[in-house]
Write a protein that binds this ligand. Structure first.
Ligand code: PSV
Ligand code: MN
Length: 409
C-alpha cells in the first residue's frame, strides 16, 4: 500500500497541476456502476462449439452468487441482468430475494427471441402471424418477470433478418416489427423502459430487420419517451464512429444504455476495452461532456439515466476473473475520460486550435489512473486489487465442487 500512497501523491500533484478537480473525479467514479450479465457466468461457445468449464453455475441462483462475488470485490456491479428462458425459474420472488440477500438487484430483462425452432425465419418479423404472436407474448411475459423481480428495463435484441435478396418483404417485416413493439410498449408498467438494440448482421447475413442505430432510433421515437436505444459496442461495422452515435443519441434524448464488450472484427464479445480501449474512453468522454452541462439540458438528463451493462461470453477465459477484468477495464476508461481538461478543450475548440484540442483529449487518455482507482478502492473498503483478492479467496476452490456441466446459453 505504501507504494500506492507514493504513486497516488504523484498522481494527485500531476492532476492538480493540470487543473483537474479531483473531488469531482472521485465522486463520479464512485457513482459509476455497470451491470453484469447472468449469461456471462454460464457455459458459452463459438458458433462451432459450446465449451464446458469446471465450476460453472448450474442454475440462475448460482449465476447470481457468482455475480455477487464480482460486486463484492469491485463494488461496482450491484445489478445482474437476466436472459429468459436461460434464467427461467418457478419462483421469481425467491430469485429476487436471493439476489437481495447477496446485496444485488436484478437489472435488465433480456427476452430470448433467437433460440426457439419457431424463430428460424424470424420472431416478430416472421410472416406467420402465430409465430409473431408467440414472440410478442414472450416479450410480454418478460415484462411480467421484470415486475416480479423489481426490474425496470427490458432489453430487446432481435436476430430477425434474411439471408437472400427477395427472401422476404423488408417493408412488411418492418410493419410487423412496429406492431409488435407497439403491443409491448402498451404493456409496460409506468417507470419501465424499453431499450432497443441493433446489430448489422448475424445470424442473418443479407438484411437484418434492426440493423443500425438509426432504425432503432426511428422505432423508439415512434413509440414514445419510455423507448430508447441500446448501443452494444460490438454491433457496428468496422470503422464506425461509435462515440458520434453516442453524442447524437444523447443530444436527441434517446440513449438508453450500453452493452460493453470488445470487438476485433464483428460481434466478438471479448473482454471490454481489451481491444481498442480508446473507443470506450471516447464514448465516456461524450457522456462526461453531457453530465458536465451546467444547465438542466436534455442531454444531461439522458446521460444521468444511462444503463451501463456488460454483454460478453467468455469461452476460453475463466468466467469470474474475466468479468472482474471487464469491470476494471470499463472503470479505467471511465476514470481516464474524467481527466480531460474541459476548459482547455472548449478554448481550443473555440479558437479552432486543432492540435491543442487533440492534445486535451489525448493527454487524459495517456494518464495512468491505477493509483487513483486503488486509492478509491481503499477508501471504499474494497481490495486494492480485486483480481488478486479473488484468486486468494476460497471462492474459486468452492465452485469447483459444482463440477462440469453447468448451465449454458
Ligand atoms: C446479441 O448479439 C446480443 O448482443 C444481445 O444483447 C443478446 O441478448 C446477447 O447478445 C446475448 O446473446
Ligand atoms: Mn448485446
Amino acid at each position: 500500500m505504501a507504494n500506492n500512497d507514493l504513486a497516488y501523491t504523484v498522481f494527485e500533484r500531476q492532476q492538480r497541476d493540470r487543473g483537474i478537480d479531483l473531488d469531482r473525479v472521485k465522486e463520479r467514479i464512485k457513482g459509476f456502476t455497470v451491470e453484469t450479465p447472468s449469461w456471462g457466468y454460464a457455459d458459452s461457445g463459438t458458433r462451432f462449439k459450446v465449451f464446458q468449464q469446471v465450476g460453472v453455475p448450474r442454475d440462475p441462483f448460482e449465476k447470481i452468487e457468482d455475480a455477487a462475488q464480482v460486486h463484492r470485490l469491485t463494488g461496482a456491479c450491484p445489478n445482474v441482468a437476466l436472459h429468459i428462458p436461460w434464467d427461467r425459474v418457478d419462483d421469481y420472488d425467491r430469485l429476487r430475494r436471493h439476489a437481495a440477500e447477496l446485496g444485488l438487484g436484478i437489472g435488465a430483462i433480456n427476452p430470448n427471441l433467437f433460440q426457439d425452432a419457431d424463430y428460424r425465419f424470424g420472431s416478430v418479423c416472421n410472416s406467420d402471424p402465430a409465430i409473431r404472436r408467440k414472440a410478442t407474448g414472450h416479450i410480454i411475459e418478460c415484462i411480467e418477470i421484470a415486475r416480479a423481480v423489481g426490474s425496470t428495463d427490458l432489453n430487446l435484441w432481435f436476430a430477425d433478418g434474411t439471408n437472400y435478396p427477395g427472401q422476404a418483404s423488408i417493408r412488411a417485416r418492418k410493419g410487423w416489427l412496429r406492431e409488435c413493439l407497439a403491443d409491448v410498449y402498451a404493456a409496460l408498467n409506468p417507470g419501465m423502459r424499453l431499450l432497443i438494440e441493433y446489430k448489422p448482421f448475424e445470424p442473418a447475413f443479407y438484411h437484418t430487420d434492426l440493423a443500425d442505430w438509426g432504425m432503432a432510433y426511428t422505432l423508439a421515437t415512434a413509440l414514445g419517451d419510455a423507448a430508447l436505444v441500446l448501443v452494444d459496442s460490438g454491433h457496428h461495422a468496422q470503422g464506425t464512429n461509435v462515440e458520434q452515435i453516442v453524442a447524437f443519441l444523447l443530444d436527441e434524448g434517446k440513449l438508453g444504455g450500453f452493452h460493453f464488450n470488445s470487438r476485433k472484427y464483428a460481434d466478438d464479445d471479448l473482454i471490454a476495452a481489451a481491444i481498442n480501449p480508446q473507443e470506450l474512453f471516447l464514448i465516456f468522454a461524450q457522456i462526461h461532456d453531457a453530465l458536465d452541462e451546467t444547465t438542466d439540458s436534455g442531454a444531461r438528463r439522458t446521460a444521468e439515466r444511462i444503463a451501463y451493462m456488460i454483454d460478453e461470453s467468455h469461452n476460453i477465459e475463466p468466467k469470474i476473473p474475466a468479468m472482474i477484468r471487464s469491470v476494471l477495464n470499463v472503470q479505467s476508461q471511465w476514470a481516464k475520460a474524467l481527466l480531460i481538461n474541459r476548459d482547455e478543450l472548449r478554448e481550443a475548440q473555440a479558437t479552432q486550435d486543432v492540435l491543442a484540442a487533440e492534445a486535451a483529449v489525448r493527454e487524459a487518455f495517456e494518464c495512468d489512473v491505477r493509483p487513483l482507482l486503488r486509492a478509491l478502492r481503499e477508501e471504499q473498503g474494497l481490495p486494492d486489487d480485486p483480481m488478486t483478492a479473488y484468486h486468494a479467496s476460497d471462492y474459486p476452490e468452492r465452485i469447483r465442487a459444482r463440477g462440469i456441466g453447468g448451465a449454458s446459453w
